[in-house]
Design a protein around this ligand. Structure first.
Ligand code: DX5
Ligand code: ZN
Length: 220
């Protein structure tokens, strides 16, 4: 089973509460929150106070994607702020196992995120400590980028890597997913489908989620 995780980066922040209610009405179960620091990625977005506010506004699962350097300093704080899932980048953390464990100890699901240019082998030692992997299909930093086509083969190899080890790890794919490619990534093994412009791009988050679910179920 797949789940759509709308990325609020492409939402209208002046009406964030309404946007969240709209994607919930459309059938979304997870809200993807992109946290950027202007260091790990060339953009700055939102932090802990906004996550706390979102927590008060919804019962949806909150998935915080930390695109920040030294994520070990903040990962558990995001769980305390209300996130149910927190992912950190393998490229940004020299003590990945420690950070993933801290997220779990704080009561969250732990995720390891990996950039398009980073080989899957850098995930290997972290797998037993991760509840999910975020496979980036664009270079992180901005919404609305084009899906990097080599991501499909990387996704296939990641699926195999997890299945061979018989680990209960979910694969989340993030970047450039819309109605044209959602069926393909689900067929290849992704279970959590992040989409920003694919959901909010037409100005109607409820419709955006429904269209993605329709496009996905053609194959499933
Ligand atoms: C990219 C972010 C993504 C982004 C996805 O840095 O991590 O979550 O918001 O947006 P789309 O779906 O527009 O590529
Ligand atoms: Zn993201």
């Amino acid at each position: 089973m797949f789940e759509i995780a709308p990325s609020i980066l492409s939402a209208d922040f002046t009406r964030l509460g309404e946007e969240i209610r709209a994607v919930e009405a459309g059938g979304a179960k997870i809200l993807h929150v992109d946290v950027m620091d202007g260091r790990f990625v060339p953009n700055i977005t939102i932090g802990l106070p906004v996550v706390k506010s979102i927590r008060r506004a919804t019962d949806l699962t909150i998935d915080c994607h930390l695109m920040i350097i030294e994520p070990n300093r903040y990962a558990a704080e995001f769980v305390k702020a209300g996130a149910n899932m927190v992912s950190v980048h393998v490229e940004a953390d020299v003590h990945l196992q420690r950070t993933l464990t801290a997220i779990r100890e704080a009561g969250g699901k732990s995720g390891a995120a990996i950039n398009p240019g980073t080989p899957l082998s850098s995930l290997e030692e972290a797998l037993p400590f991760a509840d999910y992997i975020v496979l980036m299909s664009v270079n992180p930093g901005f919404g609305g980028q084009k899906y990097i086509h080599t991501s499909t083969d990387k996704l296939r190899r990641l699926r195999r890597m997890i299945d061979e080890r018989e680990l209960p790890i979910r694969i989340e794919i993030d970047g450039g997913i819309d109605a044209s490619n959602i069926a393909k990534v689900i067929e290849t093994g992704a279970e959590i489908i992040v989409s920003g412009t694919g959901v909010f791009g037409n100005g109607n988050g409820e419709q955006g989620v429904k269209q993605l679910i329709d496009a996905a179920t053609v194959w499933t």
